[in-house]
Design a protein around this ligand. Structure first.
Ligand code: G3H
Ligand code: 13P
Ligand code: NA
Ligand code: ZN
Length: 308
């Protein structure tokens, strides 16, 4: 059925693994991800962004996830990704989500606390859990140097104060990951020392890592080989994510890698079969490509296979 992430995170924390949170926008993406979770016997979070709600119309996504739960028999968390206002969080709480994220990371510390608290009060009253964010995810353009880390990465003492004052259920932290396919210009690195400090100040508290696609070279190359143009794409190395999964990180967000897998597959099919124009002939394989990518993540990166 539809569940919150409460138990999932408790088990992940104690079992030294992370649950994958995958972004969904349409039927094929949902089916591919759910197939993988079934195959891997893994816990699962499906997340919907404001952009996804706009693209698909919220009711379609909710009904598709409902269908996925009914058809698969799995326990699934339906989560709002990066809610930026009380109103969108309220709309998702009222609309059947079991988890919402209020992302006040662009606000001041006090404003972020006030907004998060308001969402927590509303959501908890209805049995819905809340994720918040503290610190700013850096992009390639932000050129994170040692001296800028303190300004953008999550401050451990602030994280502890934030959690205690808001009563939030999980917290997304900034330690060097960023959204999209261009995460690092030079050598990739994450601030594991900071992660360790945060987790020491918040015992048994689940942390979340956004921007956790690995941007596998194989898929970037496939896209480029079949007419794509995404040079210099780079993600978080899998071994770093595996390391974070074994620590207090209990939720790892992945979207870009699913987009790459599906697009690489569809590009290849269209180039190799120019007379094909039945959408099922490329959306079907695209769905399988998502399934295989998600299965690989669960098994080799998150450590959550057979942890359902
Ligand atoms: O955090 C961003 C996610 O990848 C969702 O992206 O806003 O384009 O749906 P989106
Ligand atoms: P990626 O762009 O690295 O897949 O991150 C997705 C994410 O953090 C969604 O909230
Ligand atoms: Na973990
Ligand atoms: Zn994110």
């Amino acid at each position: 059925g539809l569940v919150t992430s409460k138990e999932m995170f408790k088990k992940a924390y104690e079992g030294n693994y992370a649950v994958g949170a995958f972004n969904v926008n349409n039927m094929e993406i949902i089916q591919g991800i759910v197939d993988a979770a079934k195959q891997e016997n893994a816990p699962l979070i499906l997340q919907v962004s404001a952009g996804a709600r706009k693209y698909a119309n919220p009711i379609y996504l909710r009904k598709l996830v409902e269908a996925a739960i009914e058809d698969s028999g799995l326990d699934i968390v339906l989560h709002l990704d990066h809610g930026d206002s009380f109103e969108i969080c309220k709309s998702c709480v009222d609309g059947g989500f079991s988890s919402v994220m209020i992302d006040g990371s662009k606000l001041s510390f006090e404003e972020n606390i006030a907004l998060t608290k308001r969402v927590v009060e509303y959501a908890h009253d209805k049995g819905v859990v809340v994720e918040a964010e503290l610190g700013k995810l850096a992009g390639v353009e932000d050129a994170v140097k040692v001296n800028t880390k303190d300004a953008t990465y999550t401050d451990p003492d602030e994280a502890a104060e934030f959690v205690h004052r808001t009563g939030v259920d999980s917290l997304a932290i900034a330690i060097g990951t960023s959204h999209g396919a261009y995460k690092f210009k030079g050598d990739p690195s994450l601030d594991f020392e900071r992660l360790e400090k945060i987790s020491k100040l918040l015992p048994n508290f689940p942390l979340v890592l956004h921007g956790s696609s690995s941007v596998p070279k194989e898929f970037v190359d496939l896209c480029n080989k079949y007419g794509g143009k995404i040079p210099g794409a780079a993600g978080v190395p899998e071994e770093m994510l595996l390391k974070a999964s074994k620590m207090a990180v209990c939720k790892i967000n992945i979207d870009t890698d699913l987009r790459l897998a599906m697009t690489a597959c569809i590009r290849q099919i269209l180039v190799e079969n120019p007379s094909e124009f039945d959408p099922r002939k490329y959306l079907g394989p695209g769905r399988d490509a998502i399934r295989d990518m998600v299965s690989h993540k669960m098994r080799n990166v998150l450590g959550c296979s057979n942890k359902k």
